[in-house]
Design a protein around this ligand. Structure first.
Ligand code: FES
Ligand code: FES
Length: 163
């Protein structure tokens, strides 16, 4: 879709409605980081292939580097900051920290978003389910094995009643 000049859009981000004026083709990632200060969402490849910028749009995973503002008008965006409950990070994020699963951590926001989406739809995933879900989230530090263990531990915690 072709657009010319800045335009206003209304987007709900982490439960809060925002009125934003941007070029319609501006990637959502830039708006999250630079307009709204939500730095958890990372710029990796900028091409929709690494997963560092993953967010949820209306509950579905979306690469925010490859999501123009015009396409999220009226939608609900959830970033890694918005996944937690009662002021705590999401159980997956806490488990990754507790198990020291990350190395540099750059890829982890996208991984937490992806894993949270998995567990929302499948609270008792197998290891293969977790590996398949995370397959498109690249980690150049090679942390995936520890991350998979952390996600499975988080799933068990959530099933046990931990938020
Ligand atoms: S930065 Fe968006 S997929 Fe890599
Ligand atoms: S922990 Fe460094 S890229 Fe994943």
């Amino acid at each position: 879709m072709a657009h010319e000049g800045p335009a206003a859009s209304t987007v709900t981000v982490n439960g809060r409605q925002r009125e934003l004026v941007t070029e319609p083709d501006t990637p959502l990632l830039y708006v999250l980081r630079n307009h709204l200060g939500l730095k958890g969402t990372r710029f990796g490849c900028g091409l929709g292939v690494c997963g560092a910028c993953l967010v949820l749009v209306d509950g579905d995973p979306a690469y925010s580097c490859d999501t123009p503002m015009w396409s999220v008008e009226g939608k609900d965006v959830t970033t890694v900051e918005g996944l937690g409950v009662d002021g705590q990070p999401h159980a997956v994020a806490r488990s990754i920290v507790a198990q020291q699963a990350a190395q540099c951590g750059y890829c982890m926001s996208g991984i937490v978003v992806r894993a949270a989406h998995l567990l929302a739809g499948n609270p008792d995933p197998s290891e293969a389910d977790v590996r398949a879900a995370l397959d498109d989230n690249l980690c150049r530090c090679g942390s995936h094995n520890r991350v998979v263990r952390a996600v499975l531990a988080a799933a068990a915690e959530i099933r046990g009643g931990t938020p």
